[in-house]
Design a protein around this ligand. Structure first.
Ligand SMILES: CC(C)(COP(=O)(O)OP(=O)(O)OC[C@H]1O[C@@H](n2cnc3c(N)ncnc32)[C@H](O)[C@@H]1OP(=O)(O)O)[C@@H](O)C(=O)NCCC(=O)NCCS
Ligand SMILES: [Zn+2]
Length: 231
């Protein structure tokens, strides 16, 4: 020990958890999380995997409802991590037997991205930030999912039920590449437009991502429960 004790928060370089170095409870929590997380994203692979795209830093595979048990099991393990991280009760998939689970597998054989896509029929445009409404607490606006959407349904084809990228791999275009792949493969033989996809109840991160990806703050959403308001 060189006498340089670390007291502030530190980020684990393998699991990404932020914890306090000198707190024993944090250390225990980290050890548990670390093991479970790394086990969950470990990707062994299988013979008949469906590889949809390959890049210098990884590949995108899809897991379909009829895939073998071990593939489904991996998808479920990853989904558990994702739902846990999204930190709230997720809306159930409208039809699990029709949903497709896309995963970005890094060259180190870790699942570092996951996107669950499902078929939908309609969605609603997010309305641009309204002129500040005093009835909405500012704290809530900043830290929770505050967005409003139109009440007029638009037709849509593909719903992004969940999209997640491992914290240490964000801002490398992984979510964008997964979504490009979804648009290219969700419906056989056609390439979906950006206005044919919608996001389920987006988080603040999701909103920033979708705004850039779709090239508009008025991207489509579905599955909202609490935020639909008439403006
Ligand atoms: C949202 C999420 C999936 C984005 O994944 P990602 O791989 O980092 O996204 P990309 O690298 O493809 O981002 C493309 C562009 O979107 C925008 N963007 C994405 N995340 C952003 C953020 N947190 N803040 C600001 N802009 C962001 C940027 O313009 C980015 O391009 P740039 O990095 O060249 O500036 C990721 O942040 C995540 O998993 N968050 C936690 C889970 C979550 O909230 N999911 C959304 C559910 S709706
Ligand atoms: Zn760790």
């Amino acid at each position: 020990d060189a006498g340089q004790k670390h007291f502030g928060p530190i980020t684990c370089k393998s699991c990404g958890m932020i914890y306090t170095a000198n707190s024993p409870e944090d250390a225990v929590q980290h050890t548990q999380y670390h093991r479970r997380f790394l086990e969950g994203i470990k990707y062994v692979g299988w013979k008949k995997e469906h590889v949809l795209a390959e890049y210098w830093d990884g590949k995108i595979i899809v897991i379909l409802p009829d895939d073998p048990k071990y593939a489904i099991k991996k998808a479920e393990d990853v989904r558990e991590i994702v739902d846990n991280e999204l930190g709230f009760k997720q809306v159930a998939l409208s039809c699990p037997s029709k949903s497709k689970i896309y995963m970005f597998v890094s060259t180190e054989k870790k699942v570092v991205g996951c996107l669950i896509a499902e078929q939908i029929k309609q969605a609603f445009k997010v309305l641009s930030e309204p002129v500040l409404d005093e009835s909405i607490n500012h704290e809530i606006q900043e830290h929770h999912r505050a967005w409003c959407c139109s009440t007029k349904p638009e037709s849509a084809i593909c719903g992004v039920s969940r999209v997640w990228v491992f914290s240490l791999y964000r801002r490398k275009g992984i979510a964008s590449r997964m979504l490009d792949t979804v648009r290219n493969t969700f419906i056989y033989g056609s390439f979906l437009n950006k206005d044919e996809i919608a996001f389920s109840d987006p988080t603040p991160d999701g909103k920033l991502f979708a705004t850039t990806y779709c090239g508009t703050p008025n991207f489509l959403v579905y599955n909202f429960i609490r935020h639909q308001r008439k403006w």
